[in-house]
Design a protein around this ligand. Structure first.
Ligand SMILES: [Zn+2]
Length: 421
């Protein structure tokens, strides 16, 4: 058998640690600066270590797959992206929020227009990658087809086509953390935050503790996608009615239709509301955050499902949050404090119809300075039978509802299916 030569081996050379200062050709990033030139590009390249000005690298958790591709000889580590024709379909901002270093701390406001903003740097062979990409799409969902059949939605040929497709602008955003701002948002000391990030990732990024001069971190976590229905520029106009949902990933329900929660029905209901909103002269927005299972991950989530259904008395709303806490140590790790950043980046100051019952999301939006006029419940007929445990528990815990809040007796009733049913 012929052994395939590993091209990356020859170029490995000696290990060059990034954990010491010096040898950095770039000026520090001035977060919150009023122009991309004075702010400076975010450079997380691994091709030229001297040109980096951040901790970590691009693509969030996918940076590990890039490493695998290099290690297995499938990718030349010197490969530099050819960005021809990749520029955004729609221009966003700049908005005043971009110039406030505390308003946006978890994404790079200038991360989409790399070619336009940093032309000379790119011409000088600096390996700058966009952290935001903006494109257009048609989305086709069976729930939207059903809404058309039931005459709740009427195709107009502009926002909703006769075949049931809705027209959207969609934006993918990778996380870019300004560590001083993240620390401030969570009321902790920056040096403590850096040390704990270092330790809790198994020592993955030594610069967190050795390079105090590097203030920006590209964390190895999932990002988010924003779907916009209607004119993207209308998002920043408080007089134009905005329908919005901020949705946290739930693969089981969102993709596979698992009926233990309300995630997909609520998401598709929000999309229906967004399309309707756009048709009435407003604009719609659904943001999808990669925070599976309350950011505890899907393994934890499935462990909790088993624990809920096996406990004495069966699956009841009274013990919904406790079972999660037993397994994970906390009820939730989504940290909604960072959620509004993307809305501020889009210039949003007012949400007329928030399609969410979450008090945590509502509070985070209000605290960040976004006005919320009305909150929209998930319609009762969209709640799957087995998801009533979740709904009751959340209502009792402070979720917004126009219905009765379940009392103790109601919460104690077993309403979930057994494990083998
Ligand atoms: Zn769910």
């Amino acid at each position: 058998m012929t052994k395939i030569p590993n091209p990356s081996k020859d170029s490995l050379g000696h290990i060059r640690l990034t954990s010491h200062t010096g040898g950095n050709n770039l000026s520090p990033i001035v977060w919150g600066s009023t122009s991309p030139q004075t702010r400076g590009p975010v450079v997380g390249t691994t091709t030229n270590r001297n040109n980096r000005n951040v901790i970590g690298t691009h693509s969030g958790s996918y940076s590990i797959y890039r490493a695998l591709a290099v290690a297995s000889g499938n990718l030349d580590r010197k490969h530099q992206a050819d960005l021809t024709n990749t520029s955004p379909t729609d221009q966003i901002g700049p908005y005043p929020s971009w110039f406030d270093p505390d308003q946006i701390v978890s994404l790079d406001p200038w991360g989409a227009e790399i070619e336009r903003n940093f032309k000379s740097e790119i011409a000088a062979q600096l390996d700058i990658k966009p952290t935001i990409a903006i494109t257009r799409a048609h989305i086709f969902l069976p729930e939207i087809m059903q809404a058309i059949e039931k005459k709740r939605l009427i195709p107009d040929g502009v926002f909703l086509l006769e075949n049931g497709s809705a027209l959207v602008t969609k934006i993918a955003v990778e996380p870019v953390w300004h560590l001083p701002g993240i620390a401030k948002r969570f009321n902790c000391d920056e040096s403590d935050l850096r040390r704990i990030l270092f330790e809790e990732t198994g020592g993955m990024y030594p610069e967190l503790v050795t390079r105090d001069d590097l203030k920006v971190f590209l964390p190895p976590i999932g990002g988010l996608t924003a779907y916009i229905f209607g004119d993207i520029k209308d998002l920043s106009k408080p007089d134009i009615p905005l329908t919005a949902r901020v949705h946290d990933e739930c693969n089981g329900s969102d993709v596979f239709g698992s009926d233990i929660c309300t995630c997909r029905p609520y998401l598709t209901h929000a999309i229906e509301e967004c399309v309707q909103g756009a048709q009435k002269g407003g604009v719609g927005l659904c943001v999808y955050y990669r925070k599976e299972g309350r950011a505890l991950g899907e393994v934890t989530k499935f462990l909790v499902y088993n624990a809920r259904k096996r406990q004495i008395g069966g699956d009841s709303a009274a013990k919904y949050f406790i079972r999660t806490e037993c397994v994970a140590g906390v009820q939730d790790m989504r940290f909604q404090q960072l959620m509004p950043d993307v809305l501020h980046w889009l210039g949003i100051r007012k949400i007329h119809r928030l399609v969410s019952m979450s008090n945590m999301k509502y509070d985070a939006l209000i605290e960040s300075g976004i006005e919320v006029v009305e909150r929209i419940n998930i319609p009762a007929d969209l709640i799957p039978e087995d998801a009533n445990v979740e709904m009751d528990a959340k209502k009792a815990a402070g979720y917004f509802t126009t219905e009765n809040i379940p009392d103790e007796e109601e919460l104690a009733k077993s309403k979930g299916r057994g494990l083998n049913e």
